[in-house]
Design a binder for this molecule. Structure first.
Ligand code: ADP
Ligand code: MG
Length: 743
């Protein structure tokens, strides 16, 4: 029996979904597959797992809930555990790098990618009595594939007399993709529409659409805060950098008053649990690390109020959007006597402890103001928001279908998303949504719905995984929305080149590749490193390449002179890490390896955090790499027990011969990503002024590509290079570059 705290129970009873508990359970009992659609905040994620638990679905098997976002998996598992008064050993989570599941786990929140991997080893998912696919409207690739697979698994389980329930949960968006697709479900599954208490939201469009939405958002918040009645403000921007910038501006504009500051200093809680949580083995010290500090509202913890490391800028050059950053500060007045504003950031890479802050009431007398990316659109519901300020934009990862070129661009969101964002203002009382764009732009330029991810990204890893699951014709798979045929063909041919497929059959190399939890090209590198006794270095390299932005480009605090000095210091350190001879030819990848080696050493001395700060490494990236190294090692040992590899924490530096071998291994994995230096003549044939000093041409790409100023190969400009990734900011740059010898 579940015994809940009174306070929790009271909050639950306010959710309309609770009135429908019995009906929902009846429909689930009588049907194998059902869809639950309901407004964000109506209680789907937190309540449906509890209904199932109390209806006995966790007696013999587990209940599994998938989330597209890691943060949602963590925070929802914690919330449900708290609501049910159960320990996190029973209501647990599992995401790619970590988790707290135990033998006793009954309710398990996972990311969709994790469940897909589980299907590999247990196609019928026999551990589970129910699978809930949450946030299905987000249409992530993994959720889409899971829907396709489960549409086949559910009937198979029924045939075996061991039925599995599938619940697809979605915000009220485009449910018809699931119900009207007869290849997916022959008989349309019943749809339960969860009612929600949604108050009216008045939408205000800007008369004109301004380019600098950041500045516009800033002045909108000032206006709301200084003129309008109480109620929280939620601002939607596109990325972490913008979020932190606006948070900073607003905190300058509406400073904490001195008295609060003093209390805050006194109450200051050291040390940050995240930093003490550096993993040294697979034991997850899950319990307690995220336990909240006390709930006393008058205490202000300045730790909550510090802006975390901003590491999003790739180029090291000033982002165009913020060129008038100074201007913005210059123009801002400081409202000393205004009601104070409690400004908090929210985005996926924010440590989960900090994310939890947004659920708590602000200190007494403060107005809550949350600056968020689209993470607050549907996956997290923030209480007591009355005003929404919507930039109308989102950061979207674009993939070129042929070259695989990725770039992040800021684009208009969809009408559906904009309406979701507006809806956030009407959860507790009538609200207002300020759209920083005109109604004409909304009507004419916004698409109705965002394109499902599967139609936007390369599908190599999925293609290989599906082939390994004996899905013969991937083109015939019951996708909710099928990916582009061109994409599937491109994936197939890349996998053939890699040697993972031959005549569209999985080779034994392909089998081993698919076992590694990394992209197929990295899987191949791992498979090859075996021959040269370079496992630990290759594992480290693959892990490092799988984690974004290991090096910081710019220090995030200090005067501009201090920043400059630190930048120079970092640059010279990176040159030192680059070494000479074959090591230098290994280029950025060699630097990465040495940096991680040095970080490991610092960690063994208990000085990792300082080391990262002084030497310009992103602490979270370094710990993620560590986790991935351990995980990769574990998986390799599981698949190929004879190897019995151990992660060498201090990792011996590589010698010249090993550097050469590592370049060959990189070439095997990245062989289709080669760039050749072009002649100056060719580089500048259409250029009159500001001539290029060099340029590269990458396989199939039309445009020239360049080495970033932070690349250690920028000095030597080798004839041929391989790169890990291409990205576009002011120019098209290569990332993760090594030199190769011309054949
Ligand atoms: P849905 O999945 O339908 O969007 P949820 O189950 O996530 O809805 O949310 C239901 C309610 O629980 C919301 O009012 C939300 O504010 C609240 N809630 C969710 N997570 C937390 C949390 N960590 N702390 C406090 N309240 C929460
Ligand atoms: Mg939800």
């Amino acid at each position: 029996d579940v015994i809940r705290d009174d306070e929790i129970q009271e909050a639950r009873l306010k959710l309309p979904i609770l009135a429908e508990e019995q009906y929902i359970i009846e429909v689930i009992n009588e049907n194998e597959i059902i869809i639950i659609a309901g407004e964000t905040g109506s209680g789907k994620t937190t309540q449906v797992p509890q209904f199932l638990y109390e209806a006995g679905y966790a007696l013999k098997k587990q209940i599994c809930i998938t989330e597209p976002r890691r943060v949602a998996a963590i925070s929802m598992s914690q919330r449900v555990a708290e609501e049910m008064n159960l320990s996190t050993q029973i209501v647990s989570y599992l995401i790619r790098f970590e988790g707290n599941v135990t033998e006793e786990t009954k309710i398990k929140f996972v990311t969709d990618g994790v469940l897909l991997k589980e299907i590999h080893s247990d196609f019928l998912l026999t551990k589970y009595s129910v699978i809930i696919l949450d946030e299905a409207h987000e249409r992530t690739v993994y959720t889409d594939i899971l829907i396709g697979l489960l549409s086949r698994i559910v009937p198979l389980r029924k045939k075996k007399g061991d039925p599995l329930k599938l619940i697809i949960m979605s915000a009220t968006l485009r449910v018809s993709d699931f119900t009207e697709n007869q290849r997916l479900f022959k008989v349309a599954p019943p749809v339960i529409n969860v009612e929600s208490r949604q108050f009216p939201v008045t939408t205000h469009f800007n008369k004109r659409t301004v380019e600098n939405y950041l500045k516009e958002a800033y002045s909108k918040v000032i206006k709301i805060h200084s003129k309008l009645p109480e109620g929280g403000i939620l601002v939607f921007l596109t990325g972490q950098h913008e979020v932190n910038l606006l948070v900073k501006k607003l905190r300058i504009t509406f400073p904490l008053n001195m008295k609060d500051k003093l209390i805050a200093e006194k109450e200051r809680i050291e040390p940050n649990a995240d930093y003490n949580n550096y993993p040294n083995d697979f034991d997850k010290n899950s319990k307690g690390t995220n336990k909240k500090r006390n709930n006393n509202q008058t205490h202000i913890n300045l730790d909550d109020y510090s802006i975390p490391n901003d590491n999003e800028s790739n180029s090291g050059e000033e982002d165009e959007l913020f060129s008038d950053e100074e201007d913005l500060i210059g123009n801002s007045s400081v409202y000393h006597n205004a009601q104070p504003l409690w400004v908090l950031p929210l985005y996926s890479l924010l440590p989960s402890q900090k994310q939890q802050q947004v659920f708590k009431p602000p200190p007494i007398g403060y107005r809550l103001c949350i600056i968020s990316t689209n993470i607050a659109e549907t996956s997290l519901t923030i209480p007591n928001i009355k005003y929404v300020v919507d930039s109308g934009r989102a950061k979207i990862k674009l993939y070129d279908k042929v070259t695989g070129l990725t770039s992040y661009v800021v684009r208009w969101t969809s009408k559906a998303s904009a309406n979701q964002r507006a809806g956030r203002a009407g959860r507790t009382c009538p609200g207002h949504c300020y759209r920083l764009y005109s109604s004409a732009v909304f009507n004419n330029e916004f698409e109705d719905f965002a394109t499902p991810e599967i139609q936007k990204r390369p599908v190599d890893d999925l293609y290989l995984q599906m082939k390994c699951m004996n899905i013969d014709k991937v083109t015939n798979f019951p996708f909710p929305t099928a990916p582009d045929l061109l994409q599937l063909k491109a994936a197939e041919s890349r996998l053939e080149i890699l040697g993972a497929l031959r005549n569209n059959e999985v080779t034994s190399l392909g089998q081993s590749i698919s076992k590694f939890p990394v992209l197929p090209r990295f899987g191949k590198m791992l498979a090859l490193s075996n021959q040269h006794d370079l496992f630990s270095h290759t594992i480290c390299l693959v892990a490092a390449l799988s984690v974004q932005e290991v090096f910081l480009e710019t220090p995030w605090s200090g005067s501009s002179e201090e920043k400059k000095q630190l930048r120079q210091k970092w640059a010279s350190l990176r040159r030192e890490w680059a070494g000479t001879g074959n090591s230098l030819l290994l280029g950025d990848n060699g630097v990465l390896l040495r940096a991680i080696g040095a970080a490991e050493y610092a960690n063994s001395q208990g000085k990792l955090k300082e080391f990262c700060q002084i030497n310009g490494l992103r602490f979270n990236a370094v710990t993620d790499i560590r986790k991935l190294r351990l995980q990769l090692t574990l998986e390799i040992n599981k698949n190929i027990p004879a190897l019995d590899i151990i992660v060498d924490p201090k990792m011996e530096p590589f010698n010249d011969i090993q550097a050469k071998l590592l370049r060959q291994i990189l070439l095997a994995g990245l062989g289709d990503q080669i760039a050749k230096k072009v002649s100056l003549e060719e580089a500048n044939q259409f250029k009159e002024k500001a001539k290029y000093k060099y340029a590269y041409k990458a396989n199939s790409m039309e445009d020239f590509v360049f080495l970033h100023q932070n690349s250690v190969l920028k000095k030597t400009l080798p004839e041929f290079v391989i790169f890990q990734e291409i990205y576009e900011t002011d120019k098209i740059y290569m990332r993760g570059v090594s030199a190769i010898d011309p054949e």
